[in-house]
Write a protein that binds this ligand. Structure first.
Ligand SMILES: Nc1ncnc2c1ncn2[C@@H]1O[C@H](COP(=O)(O)OP(=O)(O)OP(=O)(O)O)[C@@H](O)[C@H]1O
Ligand SMILES: [Mg+2]
Length: 248
C-alpha cells in the first residue's frame, strides 16, 4: 500500500516545504519510488525542485495524473507540480465535501506505482489542507522552535480528528518534527520540553537544526542532502528519513 504523508501545519514558515522536499529526496535516495505533490498555491515545492507551476492544477484537471508528473534530478523522485491559477485554486478550495472526496480518490487511485507520496500543504486549515489530509495515510507536522510554536495547534489537531473520523479515512498521526532547532537557545529547549511532554512518542527523536545550507539548497533546485551532504541540516534530514522508514 502506498504511504501518503501529508506535511501540514496552518502556521506559515515552519518548514513544511523544506521538510517535504528533503524527505522526498532522502526517501528517493534510499531507493523508494517517491512522489512530491504540491497543493500550495505559493508553489514553493515546485520552484524549489527547479520547475515552473502549471497552468491548470493537475488535481482539478481530471486528466490521468501520470500525464502531469514531472521528472526531477533524481530518477526515483517525481513531482506533481502546483498551480497559481486562481480559478483552479478556488475550485480546489471551494470544493464541496463530495468533490473533495473525488479529488482524494483521483489522487489515491493514481498513486499505486509509488512507494511513498509526500504532499506539501499551504499554511491554512482550509479545504486544500483538508483535501490533502483526506487522501493521506499519515500526517506529519513540523513545529518551529519559537515562542508561538504551540499556538493554533489545537485547531490543527481538531481538523485532523475530523478527517480521521470520515468513513474512508486511513489517516494516522505520523509524527511531529521540531524544526529550526537551536540548542544554544533556552527557548528551543523550552519548546522541545513542552512539545515532548504534551505529545510524547509521536515527536520524532530527530530534530532539524537551523542551518543556512538548508535554506540555500532550493535556490540550487536541490535538497540539502544533495546540495551539501555533510552539513548538519543534511545529516538531520537523512536521520529523519530513517525514522520515517522505521515508523511504518
Ligand atoms: N532548518 C532550517 N534552517 C534554516 N532555514 C530554514 C530551515 N528550515 C526552513 N528554513 C527556511 O525558513 C523559511 C520557511 O521554510 P518553509 O518554506 O519550508 O516553510 P513552510 O512552512 O513551507 O512555509 P509556508 O507556510 O509559507 O508554506 C524558508 O526560507 C526556508 O529556507
Ligand atoms: Mg511551504
Amino acid at each position: 500500500m502506498t504511504r501518503v504523508l501529508c506535511i501540514a501545519n496552518q502556521k506559515g514558515g515552519v518548514g513544511k516545504t523544506t521538510t517535504a522536499m528533503n524527505l522526498a529526496s532522502g526517501l528517493a535516495l534510499a531507493g523508494q519510488k517517491t512522489l512530491l505533490v504540491d497543493v500550495d498555491p505559493q508553489c514553493n515545492a515546485t520552484t524549489g525542485m527547479g520547475h515552473e507551476p502549471t497552468e491548470r492544477h493537475p488535481l482539478v484537471d481530471f486528466r490521468p495524473l501520470r500525464e502531469s508528473l514531472l521528472e526531477t534530478y533524481l530518477p526515483t523522485l517525481s513531482l506533481l507540480p502546483g498551480a497559481r491559477n486562481f480559478q483552479d485554486i478556488d475550485a480546489l478550495a471551494n470544493s464541496t465535501e463530495s468533490q473533495a472526496v473525488m479529488v482524494a480518490d483521483h489522487l489515491s487511485g493514481s498513486l499505486g506505482s509509488f512507494d511513498t507520496v509526500l504532499i506539501d500543504c499551504p499554511p491554512s486549515l482550509g479545504p486544500l489542507t483538508r483535501t490533502a489530509l483526506a487522501s493521506a495515510s499519515e500526517v506529519l507536522m513540523p513545529i518551529q522552535c519559537e515562542y508561538f510554536a504551540m499556538e493554533g495547534l489545537s485547531q490543527m489537531i481538531e481538523v485532523i480528528r475530523q478527517v480521521m473520523q470520515r468513513p474512508n479515512s486511513r489517516l494516522k498521526f505520523g509524527g511531529i518534527l521540531l524544526t529550526m532547532y537551536d540548542p544554544a537557545l533556552e527557548l528551543t529547549a523550552e519548546v522541545d520540553r513542552e512539545v515532548r511532554d504534551f505529545f510524547g512518542e509521536v515527536v520524532f527523536q530527530t530534530v532539524i537544526p537551523r542551518d543556512v545550507a538548508v535554506s540555500e539548497a532550493p535556490s540550487h533546485a536541490r535538497s540539502v542532502i544533495d546540495y551539501f551532504p555533510r552539513s548538519r541540516g543534511a545529516r538531520a534530514y537523512v536521520e529523519l528519513c530513517q525514522e520515517v522508514m522505521e515508523r511504518v
